[in-house]
Design a binder for this molecule. Structure first.
Ligand code: DGJ
Length: 675
């Protein structure tokens, strides 16, 4: 699985190999990443020290060789020592210099995954290789981690920068990986979008210079998901070399794929360096989020399946990985903020009769929230709407025979709230400056431990309400006005990263305290759909767009990196509230059934015929739920006109296929059983 032999490090998963070695200068030369190979073939990738004529620089006059790091494939590289490509880390040292020169010190192989302290970790890793590097001039230490997930053909990479010097250092860039390929001719595939139009697959050839995919919303974002691929220009579902990358991080991220005149391609990926800096005092350390990598020499389908298996077995909370999720009815599109106990019970009673297992009360139940202008932060029940409180309502739901779930948006505060009156300094805002408002709400300052404690306390009260079995955790704005009233001026460039670390701490506390609760993430739909938050909650509302035709493309995007257990899909009313389009219930169900099924419409207004169809479809879903959720989902076609997904069991004796035509605005399901 992991070997150190004659100076060569090789890391093997079931079908892939990754290899590098230490060169004469003490740097790590990257040798190979691809289908399984042996040491002899790896050695063939070793380059003789090369110095390109003209105006390249020699790394060192005294190393006994003529080598320029600019034309060497590396595992880690920094500015100032002859490599002029994008660096892994940038830091300003006490003497003002930014030149770092980390060279090999030693290595260690340990069982399991190396656990990062403040960032999410995958579970059940096989082994970890730690390489320790030392900076020659400033006394800093860098640990590079490689964890193998053998069966799923994934490798996780991360690193830790430790300030072993006696001076403070300002870290200005902290990538998770740097990976050099000794070839060009790649394209990238990534997933871009916005509100209600998430995950549009985009292919970009890397011709010259750099192709950058990044996001700066404070979350992992609907603008650019952290999932991306680097692949042969003509790679297809079944053919071609495809490298997959997904950063386990829920904040601003950055990925660059660049080429050089010397025929190389460099991939760097990690926290977005824009408006990021971290003050690293002596003895302090900073960790980079895990980057998950896979490689397939038989196209995208296999790379996606590796990611699906990885997420199911190593990211999703273990309790939920292979557990069926309840078919639910969400109150949002049927009622928006206009809810009360009587209305909700009426809708829930019909839902129960049709086979729905859980009723989710969305926004509008707390404070004086009748629209989006107030009350976030005031997590106490609005007694005019729910005279018997959460528990009174959940008891009545239980009497109907249906489960009960509640919507919350814990990271937010409205200026019009009791919380803001008591703690105006708990909001992210720059004192004395006009705030850029979004949906009339501000983000709470999760850099502040008192704020994190408040969220845990307030949510503990909501989550403990008897009968609540599900929580929808929403987050509806992007980060602006980067400023924490809690931090001093020297640490303000740490705000976006500290926010994400604060979120993980809160989620960690709450999910440990409420392990039985099913939590569904949401961020105005898919504005925070990533492997970081998926470590805490198993499913996410992938888009506010419930139009089945738009969902074909959106869900297709998710299939590239995430198994169908991670997204929920709702059948909603037609004409659709986002697009005005009308399609059949069959089409709406066919698309929504390819994941966690839910409904989001006013059942008191549904006709008898519609109710009969819905009841039949829910029964069909439940009959096939095991396969629909835990089978292998593959794409047979995904282009701008036709989308087709198949979900099969392990011996492929049973296959459910969803065929959709975007042009004809139709989708249908077929089930094929081979005896
Ligand atoms: C945005 C979510 O994506 C919707 O589903 C709904 O929960 C609203 N927020 C409620 O404000």
């Amino acid at each position: 699985m992991m070997n150190f032999e004659n100076g060569f490090f090789t890391i093997n998963t079931k079908h892939t190999t990754y290899a590098f070695h230490v060169i004469e200068t003490g740097h790590l030369e990257h040798l190979y990443y691809g289908p399984t190979t042996d040491l002899e073939s790896i050695k063939a990738h070793v380059t003789v020290p090369q110095w390109e004529p003209g105006n390249t620089a020699l790394y060192s006059q005294n190393s006994g060789t003529h080598r320029s790091l600019e034309s060497t494939a590396l595992e880690a590289s920094f500015i100032g020592k002859s490599d002029i490509r994008e660096p892994l880390i940038e830091a300003i040292c006490a003497d003002g210099s930014t030149t770092l020169d980390f060279v090999y010190k030693d290595y260690e192989i340990t069982d399991g995954m190396k656990e990062l302290r403040a960032l999410p970790n995958a579970h059940d890793g096989s082994k970890t290789l730690t390489i320790t590097l030392e900076d020659k001039n400033h006394g800093l230490t860098l640990e590079l981690y490689y964890t193998v997930f053998y069966e799923t053909d994934c490798i996780a990479r991360s690193l830790k920068l430790i300030n072993t010097s006696s001076d403070t250092v300002r870290v200005e860039r902290l990538m998770s990986i740097l990976l050099d390929f000794d070839r060009v001719g790649f394209s990238t595939t990534n997933f871009v979008g916005g509100w209600a139009k998430e995950m549009n697959r985009t292919v970009t050839p890397v011709k010259s210079g750099a192709v950058v995919h990044s996001s700066f919303t404070g979350t992992s974002s609907s603008r650019c998901n952290p999932l991306f691929f680097v692949h042969d220009e003509n790679a297809s579902e079944e053919a071609g070399l495809v490298y997959g990358f997904n950063l386990m991080y829920s904040g601003n991220h950055y990925h660059s794929v660049s080429t050089t005149i010397y025929g190389q391609t460099r991939v760097v990926s990690g926290i977005n360096p824009t408006n990021f800096a971290w003050i690293l005092a002596a003895n302090d350390e900073i960790e980079a989020p895990w980057q998950i990598m896979t490689v397939s020499d038989v196209g995208f389908r296999n790379a996606s399946l590796n990611f699906h298996h990885f997420v199911r077995n190593h990211i999703s909370p273990k309790k939920w990985s292979y557990k069926k999720r309840p078919v639910l009815l969400n109150s949002w599109e049927a009622n928006y903020f206009d809810i009360n106990e009587e209305k909700l019970l009426e809708q829930a009673a019909i839902a129960k009769d049709l086979g729905i297992e859980l009723f989710v009360m969305d926004d509008g139940w707390f404070g004086h929230r009748n629209d989006d202008t107030s009350s976030l932060g005031d997590w106490f029940v609005n007694k005019e709407k729910l005279p018997n409180g959460l528990e009174g309502l959940s008891e009545k739901m239980a009497a109907l025979g249906i489960g009960f779930g509640v919507w919350v948006e814990p990271e937010m505060i409205c200026v019009d709230s009791e919380l803001y009156k008591a703690h105006p300094d708990w909001a992210i805002a720059i004192p004395g400056m006009e705030h850029s408002e979004a949906r009339n709400q501000r983000m709470l300052d999760l850099c502040n431990p008192a704020v994190r404690d408040y969220i845990v306390e307030a949510m503990t009260k909501v989550f403990s309400a008897k009968g609540v079995t599900y929580i929808k955790w929403d987050m509806n704005r992007i980060l602006t006005d980067y400023y924490s009233p809690y931090l001093d001026s020297a640490h303000q460039q740490e705000v976006s990263h500290r926010y994400v670390l604060g979120l993980y701490e809160v989620l960690d506390n709450l999910t440990k305290a409420f392990p039985e609760l099913l939590i569904e993430g949401c961020s105005a739909g898919g504005n925070r759909f990533d492997l970081g938050v998926l470590c805490y909650y198993p499913q996410i509302w992938g888009s506010d767009n419930t139009d089945a035709v738009c969902r074909m493309t959106i869900q297709d995007g998710y299939t590239y990196g995430y198994p169908q257990t991670t997204y929920t899909n709702h059948v909603s009313v037609c004409p659709n509230h986002q697009t005005g389009r009308t399609v059949s219930l069959e089409t709406r169900y066919a698309v929504a059934s390819m994941g966690n099924l839910g409904y989001e419409l006013n059942l008191t207004q549904a006709s008898d015929e519609e109710k009969t169809i819905i009841e039949r479809e829910i029964m069909e879903y439940k009959n096939q739920q095991e396969l629909l959720l835990f089978g292998d989902l593959t794409r047979s076609s995904s282009d701008s006109e036709n989308i087709s997904w198949s979900i099969s069991n392990s011996d492929k004796s049973k296959v459910i296929t969803m065929d959709a035509s975007i042009k004809d605005e139709k989708a249908s399901l077929t089930i094929k059983v081979t005896y």
